[in-house]
Design a protein around this ligand. Structure first.
Ligand code: FE2
Ligand code: FE2
Length: 451
């Protein structure tokens, strides 16, 4: 965007906000302000996927370019944002005039108790996100593996209650689902490492519910890495959480069958995509994305999956992201018919000859995101020691940092030993290398204890 246009955009936003502060939402001056703002924003969004207005100190920054200081309007605007504790406003493509109107009107209502971001969500404003530039004040009990575990455990419990409601024919409680999503979205933004470590655990036996939460977390992590945030990020999380909800109608003997399904049984299994879309479509306050993703998540990139014969269509971006997370989590988990696979194996299977099932670009990004040996994985070293991956090397996925907890003789160390497997000894060799991932169950170790 040209700087002139940028300034004009911010100026119009400032004018619109001042208008709503002074007059009622229906006042012609307010409407004119909203019209002027809409024209500029929508115009700018034709050229860029998003526009980010940020406040850093007293400076206003648009798409990382600082605006010249000066006019009273801009100074007042900066002060206003600070008072409202807004440090960042993101407009994304798809934005409508109606959304801009809701946004400006909401900002005028200073008395409201509910946080602005939540009110935007409930009013369906999806293409404007409010945020802070610095990570929100994080207290110690909100980060780290213990905090992540709390969020995760609550999420799995809530997922179970959503499932049961749907199974009983009731409408799943979207409020409860939203709480899950908020917790996971916060983790994805503030402490992705801990959350990802939890999703790679295999020891849980309640697959149905951990699968819901894992797919949601893995989908949001991918979306976040694509710079999707705010309301849209949460909608992705929502859709991912509910992708398999249609399975509440799948008979248990089909759902949990340890052997290969017969053709007939597979036909029954396939119904969960249509059933899911149906349940989600009639659930109030469910984002419109959710039934779409439920319907599409087994279609595959080349439409060779199911439902069959649905004609030509392009999969939604969220569906592509969810499909990657879905298959990854299914292969990684212990199932009645096989042990969970190591990340290296999964990666090979999903990437095979540019597997047409997945969007290969997204898959590649996902693999990079997860690492070869994700944090929290238990691994065996070339020295026969066992350790937990505590950090990834920024460029070399084969050489993470590992906390060694069992020595070469199989004795548990009293003091775990931190080792950087990328370091070389005096002869220029690597004394330790990661050989393989180890199933923590098989050796009775809880790797997360050591993070
Ligand atoms: Fe499914
Ligand atoms: Fe699934």
């Amino acid at each position: 965007m040209l700087q002139r246009n940028t300034e004009e955009l911010v100026r119009r936003l400032a004018v619109a906000l001042r208008g709503i502060d002074l007059y009622s939402p229906t006042h012609p001056l307010v409407q004119r302000g909203i019209d002027a703002l809409s024209a500029t924003v929508l115009d700018a969004l034709r050229e860029a996927p998003s526009i980010v207005i940020g406040l850093i100190g007293d400076e206003i920054v648009v798409d990382a370019v600082r605006l010249p200081r000066g006019t009273a309007t801009l100074i007042g605007f900066a002060r206003d944002l600070r008072e409202r504790e807004i440090e960042k406003i993101t407009f994304t493509q798809g934005l409508t005039r109606e959304e801009i109107r809701s946004f400006v009107t909401f900002l005028g209502d200073r008395e409201a108790r509910i946080p602005l971001a939540d009110r935007l969500t409930t009013r369906g404003v999806r293409h404007i996100a409010l945020g802070k530039i610095v990570v929100e004040d994080v207290t110690d009990d909100q980060v780290g593996i213990a905090a992540a575990r709390r969020v995760y455990t609550t999420a799995v419990e809530t997922a179970e209650s959503l499932w049961q409601a749907a199974q009983a024919g009731d409408q799943p409680d979207t409020g409860a689902a939203r709480k899950i999503i908020d917790g996971l979205a916060r983790m994805v933004t503030q402490d992705r490492t801990s959350l990802m470590a939890l999703t790679t655990l295999k020891k849980y036996d309640n697959y149905t519910f951990t699968h819901m939460v894992n797919v949601s977390a893995l989908a949001m992590a991918q979306a976040r890495a694509l710079n999707i945030e705010g309301t849209l990020l949460r909608e992705f999380g929502f859709a991912a959480l509910m992708h398999d909800i249609g399975k509440v109608h799948t008979p248990l003997e089909v759902l949990n069958k340890p052997d290969k399904l017969t053709t007939e049984e597979f036909e029954i299994m396939k119904r969960h995509v249509v059933d899911g879309a149906h349940i989600l479509r009639r659930t109030p306050e469910m984002p419109a994305l959710a039934p779409i993703v439920a319907f599409e998540h087994h279609l595959k990139q080349d439409l060779s999956g199911y439902p069959e014969k649905i004609g030509n269509r392009r999969l939604n971006l969220c569906t592509m992201i969810v499909s990657v997370a879905d298959v990854f989590d299914a292969l990684r988990s212990n199932r009645p018919y096989r042990q969970g696979l190591a990340t290296t194996r999964i990666r090979a299977i999903m990437g095979e000859q540019g597997n047409p099932a997945f969007n290969q670009v997204l898959l590649k990004r996902f693999v990079n995101l997860m690492g070869l040996f994700p944090v929290g994985n238990l691994v065996r070293l070339s020295t026969e020691e066992l350790g937990v991956v505590t950090a990834e090397h920024p460029t070399d996925p084969f050489r993470p940092q590992v906390k060694i907890i069992v020595d070469a003789e199989g004795e548990t160390l009293e003091e775990p030993l931190l080792a950087n497997t990328w370091e070389r000894d005096s002869r220029g060799e690597h004394p330790r290398a990661v050989i393989e991932a180890v199933d923590p169950e098989s050796v009775g170790i809880d790797p997360l204890k050591y993070m």
